[in-house]
Design a binder for this molecule. Sequence first.
Ligand SMILES: [Fe+2]
Length: 235
Amino acid sequence: MTVSGDLAAPFGEDIWLLEGDRVHMFGIPFETRACILRLNSGQLWVHSPVAPTPERLNAVRTLGDVGFIIAPNKIHSLGVDPWRAAFPEAEVWVSPGFEERHPKIAFDGVLTNTAPAIWADDIRQQVFHGHRVLDEVVFLHRKSRTLIVTDLIQKHDPSGENVFWRWVKNWAGILGKKGGTARDIRASIADRDAARRARDEILSWDFDALVISHGACLRTGAKADVARAFAWLDN
Ligand SMILES: [Fe+2]
């Protein structure tokens, strides 16, 4: 699933992956990836934009006009302002509570459990309630039957890590194609019932593919994989 170069790679019908830089968050190395959807309106919808380079921006421009820039949780904020500068006509939509953590980042809308009318025919969305920090919003691209997750499920590539980080990420439960929810995120669930309800809603959706921001995506079999990744909520 790794994409060579910086260009947007097709993942399915009207969905592309845009690989970003390797970044450090809280000292931990992460591979980064944006997901781009083309809505029925023709506008592009950019999930968790990666650091923009001229090549990456040009690759996106060849797909269409960016209508929406999505910050799906409070942590994924770095790409918002640079992408707004590159695409000034685009609307910025952020996760619940994002504005409290990033008061200087301008936005046009706050994501809820109800998709705004402008993309409701293309996308379903659900806030993963119950976490102390993230309030991540999970999305379904209806046309490609793809679930789009940011940090709640991670599958870091072991070949890209040194021994130390392989050990840490394995301990955290986010290493390899199985991956899962990071240990620190699991430990930060404040309302397990609310998280379970969000998980159950997501699992009721019609999807077979999975796109995540950090690590290997799945083109098929994602329903069972996501159910397994969130099984810790039932313990
Ligand atoms: Fe992340």
